[in-house]
Write a protein that binds this ligand. Sequence first.
Ligand SMILES: *[C@@H]1O[C@H](CO)[C@@H](O)[C@H](O)[C@H]1NC(C)=O
Ligand SMILES: *[C@@H]1O[C@H](CO)[C@@H](O)[C@H](O)[C@H]1NC(C)=O
Ligand SMILES: *[C@@H]1O[C@H](CO)[C@@H](O)[C@H](O)[C@H]1NC(C)=O
Ligand SMILES: *[C@@H]1O[C@H](CO)[C@@H](O)[C@H](O)[C@H]1NC(C)=O
Ligand SMILES: *[C@@H]1O[C@H](CO)[C@@H](O)[C@H](O)[C@H]1NC(C)=O
Ligand SMILES: *[C@@H]1O[C@H](CO)[C@@H](O)[C@H](O)[C@H]1NC(C)=O
Length: 194
Amino acid sequence: MAFSRHCRLLLPFLYMFIMLINRQVNSADEEDNLLQGINSYRASLNLTALTKNDNAACFASQISDQFKDQPCTNTTGANTVPGTETQLSNYPTLLSHCHLNISNTRDGIIMPACVPNLVPSLVLSNFTKSQYSNYLNDSTYSGAGIGSDGNWIVVVLSTNASSGSFETATSASFISEPLLISHLLIFLMGCFLV
Ligand SMILES: *[C@@H]1O[C@H](CO)[C@@H](O)[C@H](O)[C@H]1NC(C)=O
Ligand SMILES: *[C@@H]1O[C@H](CO)[C@@H](O)[C@H](O)[C@H]1NC(C)=O
Ligand SMILES: *[C@@H]1O[C@H](CO)[C@@H](O)[C@H](O)[C@H]1NC(C)=O
Ligand SMILES: *[C@@H]1O[C@H](CO)[C@@H](O)[C@H](O)[C@H]1NC(C)=O
Ligand SMILES: *[C@@H]1O[C@H](CO)[C@@H](O)[C@H](O)[C@H]1NC(C)=O
Ligand SMILES: *[C@@H]1O[C@H](CO)[C@@H](O)[C@H](O)[C@H]1NC(C)=O
């Protein structure tokens, strides 16, 4: 089965693409670990587990993308002095990227943390042993979405009320990754066929 020259030139990109997917899977593991850790913490406080909220997770990864180039210091992330939080001017754009309306996210909580290499134990304690622990120790919140980029990991808490549910404004679903994979498969089949 011969690769055409055309396809051989594209192999490095295929490799990069696979590495990218792989990285996304790794960060998904980190995010799942953190949610488990947070839920064990909640269990120790006799609170119900937070359920995974995919829309909140979409928003969390948008936020982590905004922070990713900022270095970790003793005044960023979980160390931020209350009242000096970074204000994101493109907040409405980030919301609309996830098909969210501010009227369904108002009561949500955004908690960014910066931990070099996202060392799991430090990541967890940045949430359970910082100012954020007050929000985790609160039965108002019933769901969570987590996103990460670089050294930043962001937890977004949602509630059961419509003012914090993170339900999408439109019913449009956006499943981009399986779409990409299927495109890649078709592309590869094209390579084998020529
Ligand atoms: C959790 O509930 C158990 C049993 O109801 C009780 O013994 C324990 O003290 C509670 N813990 C907290 C932190 O409220
Ligand atoms: C943060 O670090 C700087 C220098 O590294 C230090 O001067 C400052 O006191 C620290 N602030 C806090 C809140 O720990
Ligand atoms: C958000 O929802 C409110 C009430 O449902 C609506 O009036 C508003 O136009 C929506 N905003 C956007 C940007 O969709
Ligand atoms: C949060 O993570 C930083 C690393 O960026 C670490 O130095 C700090 O001790 C952690 N804070 C807590 C409360 O665990
Ligand atoms: C959690 O919240 C309860 C009630 O508000 C409080 O009594 C308790 O001390 C808190 N626990 C922690 C570990 O913050
Ligand atoms: C939120 O809704 C879910 C599913 O409807 C339910 O299982 C959960 O108990 C509710 N949590 C709170 C705090 O009301």
